[in-house]
Each structure stands twice: as C-alpha cells, then as structure tokens.
Design a protein around this ligand. Structure first.
Ligand code: NAD
Length: 317
C-alpha cells in the first residue's frame, strides 16, 4: 500500500480522490488551505486512521517541500489550483502564482525528496477551441485563457522535471467533471452543479450563448479512479492523457434532462456567451485506456441521479 500526498484534498475532486485512496487501503496526506475547499468534504476521510490533514498554502515557497521531506510520500496528486477560468481572466497574476509557481514547487519537492510519481490535474482548457473532434492528446494546444495557458505551462514544467530527475509524471487532462460536493455557489462553477441547484430551488437555468455548445461530462467518481490508477498502477510511465468519456452532451440537452423532472418547469434564460468559454469540447479517451487502464464507467444520467439523490457514502478502511 502506498502513502499518497493529495494537494487540494478538501476540494471537489480532491475529497473524492482521498476517499477512494483510503477505501483502497492507501495512506493519504491531505493538504489544503481552504481557499475554495471545505472541511465538510472530508468528513468521511477525517474518520479514517489512514488520513492526516495539513492546512498549508502550496504557493508559499518551501512550504510543501518541508511537508514532503517529513512525510516521504510515494506519490503526490497535485490538485490544488485556482480553478475558475473567469477568475484567471480577472486576476492573471494570481493564476500564475497558484497554477504555475505552485506546480514548480511540487516538481521541486518531488526532486528533492525522492517522490516516485506526480499526478497533475491538467485540463481540457489547454486545447482551447481546438478544431479536432474528438480531441486527441496530440491536438494543437491553443489555450484561450490564462487558466488554460497555466495548465499547459505546468504540464511542461512537471514532465521536464520528471524526465530530468527520474520521477514519473502523469498529466490528467480532465474534461467537465461533475458530481456530489461540487460547489454551486460561484457563477463559474461546473454547469451541472448550477443546474442541479436551480432544479432543487425550482428556478430556471441560465444558459450563456445559444446552448448548443457541448461538453464531455465525466463523473467525479470516475475521475477519482483515474487518479488512483495514475498514482498507484504498476508500470505506468510519464505522459499526458485525456480523462473524459468520449461522449458529447449539449447544454440544451442537459437543460432538457432537468426540465423533464418537473411538469411546467420554467424555460432556460439565455445570456450572451462569456469570454474564454469554449464552444465544443469532446475528448478521445483512448490514451487513458491504453496508458492507465482507465475507462469511464458512469454516464451523465447515472451521474446526475447520484448528484440529485445525494452523495454515495464511501466505505473507508
Ligand atoms: N472540476 C473540473 O471540471 C475540472 C476540470 C479540469 C481541471 N480541473 C482541475 O482539477 C483540480 C481540482 O479542481 P476542483 O474542481 O476539485 O476544484 P476545488 O476548488 O473544489 O478544489 C481545489 C482545492 O485546492 C485548494 N487550494 C487552492 N489553492 C490552494 C493553495 N494555494 N494551497 C493549498 N490548497 C489550495 C482549494 O481550497 C480546494 O480545496 C484543479 O487543479 C482544477 O484546475 C477541474
């Protein structure tokens, strides 16, 4: 069993990843500064003897390296970030600090303290509005936001350090992740969590643009499993892979699924498209299948059912 340090452990993806690692018998060192994460997300993990939590800012020079020196993890799953495209546009310097600089600190910590593997939360945003569909990893990278640019830069930093200093780096290019614990309070949260909140409150959903934009929605429990495989599967080598389903859903389709739950549901409200928003996003999942043995298991309908009916209670060892 491995000891795995998870940055951003109190966040949406980080808490599900921590729960799954613990359920599989691994020890988890959680790191978070609660910028957007919440302690409640870790309510199950905090009851596990295999879990420790450290309140720490990964963008502070030396802070993470000190913890890595003390804990000696086998792998780091680096999820802590500024996660909103819109916030990266409003504050590109903060985006650089949290998404590039902090990733450099992760690479440094791995180099200095003999960590075998680093798993990095990259994003489909690195492709920008790529013409290719579905998008393969070899597609041209044309990020259209500071967020996408920073994720691309961080991939290069980590892969270059791994190649030079001899640790494995897996860059996980998540598409649109959804599921329980995604925070709907920000206007820039995942669209499914916002639609789910409107559904609960009986309000119409807001669609930016014409609603024909499509996304490759992947359930967070699948993403957690992809992280587990990237961090622990024997024989995995450095590289980058899309973490996606290979299936496209339009926002109008999504609004239709929610509307079908209530007779007489209000029609969606349309607003102008937002700067930095990508029109179509569909990933090719073949590389993750070949390189990690990962294939998404949950469809949008199944994932929505879990989201609407409440989070599944994880079984922890
Ligand atoms: N949710 C998605 O659809 C999606 C898609 C692509 C990529 N990603 C990436 O996945 C990762 C996790 O995203 P999420 O959706 O779980 O978001 P989240 O906001 O729920 O999680 C991010 C976590 O990082 C923590 N954090 C932020 N800055 C920190 C710092 N300086 N030091 C320590 N902790 C810090 C936050 O408090 C939070 O708990 C991010 O890197 C994000 O860019 C997410």
């Amino acid at each position: 069993m491995a000891k795995i340090l998870v940055t951003g452990a109190a966040g949406f993806i980080g808490s599900h990843t921590s729960d799954l690692l613990l359920a599989e018998g691994h020890a988890v060192v959680g790191v978070d500064n609660f910028r957007t994460g919440r302690r409640e997300n870790l309510s199950a993990a905090l009851h596990s003897t295999g879990f420790t939590l450290h309140e720490l800012d990964v963008a502070v020079p030396g802070a993470l390296a000190k913890l890595v020196a003390a804990e000696q993890p086998d792998a780091i799953i680096h999820l802590a970030a500024l996660v909103s495209v819109q916030e990266s546009i409003a504050d590109p310097a903060l985006n650089f600090s949290l998404n590039v600089h902090a990733s450099q600190f992760v690479a440094e910590a791995a180099r200095l303290h003999g960590v075998n593997r680093v798993v990095f939360a990259s994003s489909a945003a690195i492709y920008g509005d790529a013409a290719e569909r579905p998008i393969r990893e070899s597609a041209e990278k044309r990020p259209v936001s500071p967020y996408g640019a920073a994720k691309l830069a961080a991939e290069a930093l980590l892969l270059g350090h791994g190649a030079c200093y001899g640790f494995t780096v897996r860059c996980q290019r998540y598409f649109n992740v959804f599921g329980p614990r995604q925070d709907p309070s920000s206007p820039y949260s995942g669209v499914i969590s916002i639609f789910a909140r409107c559904d609960r409150e009986g309000r119409p959903v807001t669609i930016y643009g014409d609603g024909r934009q499509t996304r490759d929605f992947i359930a967070v429990r699948d993403v957690a499993r992809a992280n587990l495989l990237a961090a622990t599967r024997p024989g995995v080598v450095s590289g980058a892979a899309n973490i996606c389903t290979g299936r496209a859903t339009s926002l109008l389709d999504l609004a239709g699924i929610f509307a079908a739950r209530h007779a007489g549901a209000a029609a969606p409200v349309h607003r102008p498209a937002r700067a930095g928003d990508i029109v179509h996003s569909l990933g090719d999942p073949a590389a993750a299948a070949a390189e990690l043995g990962f294939t998404a298991r949950m469809g949008v309908a199944e994932g929505l059912a879990e989201l609407i009916n409440g989070p599944a209670v994880p079984v922890l060892s």
